[in-house]
Design a protein around this ligand. Structure first.
Ligand SMILES: *Cc1c(COP(=O)(O)O)cnc(C)c1O
Length: 429
């Protein structure tokens, strides 16, 4: 950061010199980390480009039709492109999949039948998925109500997947073994591609036809390979996270083995219709363009998370992942220790936003979650968390989850502003 920028941030945004100095020092410590992340970004950018060219994407694919949405060439091309980029056979990519929870729930509700068993293989599922499974919340329409049974195998100390425990848990009724790549609201690192590879191999070693499913939310483009290239049969995620590149206005994706994706499509639309219908509402252009820039956008967010880790670790906070830990999602968890600090951090992130920077986030009841959640997001796309955002369930030990930033500079400013707000309130450790 040169003197011009330094003075500008000081005068226009009221950032103190010591906070800017601290951030600059943290950034310089991360030079090697950033260089490795750049290599992943570069590879993924060319990977995406290659598949765009192979699929001969052209202007036609940005058009749309009406009614049933038969023969929408853009939709079909986009779905095949997602499959190709992620190394899968088939894809279902829809602006009408309302979020990641809907995409994931469609996989479970599309593939599991009464009497089948689902095993989560790395501890507690993401909050909204617990509601889908039937571990909490309203029972109406959840997996338990449909007679699907559930087991869970927790992680071992050191964030290792309990492969022997999973092998022992798999039984005649087990239909799906699920793994969540990102941390969710837990204080652990995301699962790495080698971990996912070993997990899928272990599941198949005791039951070759078990379906290995990965919740890939926040994981896309953080490595050069995706979970389906590491042995998973199917995976799903949200388009207002990494793969939408900040441009997709809504949506979710499911990619994997064709027979499985077809069954999920039957659930998302209806039996007999599957993926053959469904309007794209003119959204394919931004979905294509978002996917094209997603490798860079994702890495900007990953670097922002690493910077957040370094700045807060330097101040003595417990952070996860650590500054130079491997990164397989875009999230940084910072243990702030008090509700006041969580609110101040989130207010800082909100105040750093291009949109709604003048509003104050407050903890609130959210559908699908049981604890109150505070969410800071001043986004072009409502609720988009590939854009700069921070959120926290209001519970002990008061951990904030920081993610996103469609440019690295913006993610960096989120860190600066969060720290400045903590400092202004006398809440810095
Ligand atoms: C975001 C997320 C989901 C789904 O959340 P939505 O808000 O419904 O998109 C599921 N699992 C994980 C790990 C997530 O990060």
């Amino acid at each position: 950061m040169n003197l011009l920028t330094y003075d500008y941030l000081n005068q226009k945004f009221g950032i103190d010199a010591d906070i800017l100095r601290r951030t600059e020092e943290a950034e310089s410590k991360l030079a090697c980390v950033f260089s490795d992340l750049d290599d992943i970004q570069t590879f993924n950018q060319y990977k995406v480009l290659h598949h765009f060219q192979e699929a001969r994407i052209n202007d036609q694919h940005f058009a749309w039709n009406t009614g049933y949405g038969y023969d929408d060439v853009g939709r079909a091309a986009l779905e095949q492109l997602y499959a190709d980029v992620f190394g899968a056979e088939a894809g279902l990519v829809r602006p009408t999949i309302v979020n990641g929870t809907h995409a994931l729930a469609s996989v479970y509700l599309g593939l599991l039948r009464p009497g089948d068993e689902l095993i989560y293989c790395n501890g507690d599922p993401y909050d909204t998925m617990q509601t889908v499974i039937g571990l909490k919340g309203d029972a109406y329409g959840n997996l338990q109500e449909f007679g699907v049974t559930y087991k869970q195998v927790d992680l071992l100390p050191g964030n290792e997947i309990d492969l022997e425990g999973i092998k022992a848990a798999i039984g005649p009724k087990t239909k799906i073994c699920a793994l969540q790549r990102s941390r969710g609201y837990t204080f652990r690192n995301a699962m790495t591609i080698p971990q996912i590879e070993a997990w899928a191999a272990a599941c198949k070693s005791v039951k070759p036809d078990v379906i290995c499913m990965v919740d890939n939310c926040y994981g896309e483009f953080t490595d050069v390979k995706e979970p389906v290239q590491a042995g998973a049969d199917i995976m799903a995620g949200s388009l207002i996270k990494n793969p939408g590149g900040g441009l997709a206005l809504s949506g979710g994706y499911v990619v994997g083995r064709k027979d499985l994706v077809d069954k999920v499509a039957t659930r998302v639309t209806s039996p007999g219709i599957g993926g053959e219908c469904g309007l794209t509402f003119g959204q394919t252009r931004s979905m294509f363009q978002g996917l094209f820039i997603a490798p860079r956008v994702t890495m900007g967010a990953v670097k922002g998370a690493a910077l957040c880790a370094q700045v807060f670790a330097d101040l003595g906070y417990e952070v996860c992942p650590g500054p130079s830990d491997p990164r397989n999602d875009i999230v940084e968890a910072v243990k702030l220790g008090s509700p006041e600090a969580v609110c101040a951090f989130c207010e800082g992130v909100q105040a750093a936003a291009p949109i709604d920077s003048y509003v104050t986030p407050v903890p609130w009841d959210m559908p699908g979650y049981t604890d109150q959640i505070i969410m800071a997001a001043g986004a072009f796309v409502g609720g988009s968390s590939i854009e700069l955002s921070a959120d926290a369930p209001m519970r002990e030990p008061y951990i904030v989850y920081f993610q996103g930033g469609i440019t690295y500079e913006h993610a960096k400013f989120g860190v600066i502003k969060a720290l400045q707000t903590l400092k202004d309130r006398g809440l810095v450790k």
